[in-house]
Design a protein around this ligand. Structure first.
Ligand SMILES: Cc1cc2nc3c(=O)[nH]c(=O)nc-3n(C[C@H](O)[C@H](O)[C@H](O)COP(=O)(O)O)c2cc1C
Length: 170
């Protein structure tokens, strides 16, 4: 798939086929995360790859929009060491988007499930996965073969009036 096609086709996919994701695909998705940029090249990321049914069910309880973590064959929990990098949120966000796009490129569906922002959510994920102090959780990325079809993004979505030229009035 060429790059434009990948970015058009990337959608938030919340339903998945009951079909195992090959380990090679998971490895490729993980590699794409480590090719991300990070502030001062600090690379503060940690990822927990979860396939265990009980753990995924527990992750799905993180909040009311996290339910698909239970039915996705794989959930990647995106974390970062905040002591290593004050820009951990940006660093972990970019790594998540790399994986989101790589999943699309491989014909998989994925969805960003937010965790950071509410203490109880992070605490819940931390307890389920034994995440140590100082390691922050940004989000979960649910992954699997798509069980729903969504139209790809199109040029009508480009908000021309939000593109300012030279200064904000332009
Ligand atoms: C920071 C962030 C947090 C999100 N959190 C959730 C979430 O908790 N649950 C969910 O179902 N989707 C979540 N999404 C997915 C968005 O709802 C989705 O990207 C948006 O509706 C646009 O649809 P698209 O991804 O198919 O283009 C999140 C996306 C981002 C970027």
């Amino acid at each position: 798939m060429d790059f434009d096609e990948v970015v058009r086709k990337r959608r938030s996919i919340r339903r998945y086929k009951d079909k195992e994701v090959p380990q090679e695909m998971i490895d490729n998705i993980m590699k794409s995360a480590f090719y991300s940029p990070s502030a001062s090249n600090k690379r503060p990321w940690h990822f927990v790859v979860v396939e265990d049914e009980e753990k995924k069910k527990a992750l799905a309880e993180t909040h009311k929009y996290a339910g698909m973590a239970a039915t996705a064959p794989v959930v990647i929990v995106v974390c970062a060491d905040e002591e290593e990098a004050s820009h951990w949120i940006e660093d972990a966000s970019i790594a998540t988007e790399h994986m989101h796009l790589k999943a699309t490129d491989l014909g998989l569906g994925s969805c960003w499930i937010q965790v950071r922002g509410e203490e109880e959510r992070e605490e819940h994920v931390g307890n389920v996965l034994n995440i140590p102090e100082g390691i922050r959780v940004l989000c979960l990325l649910s992954l699997g073969y798509p069980g729903e079809e969504k139209r790809e993004h199109s040029v009508e979505e480009v908000m021309e009036d939000r593109i300012h030229r030279e200064d904000f009035e332009g």
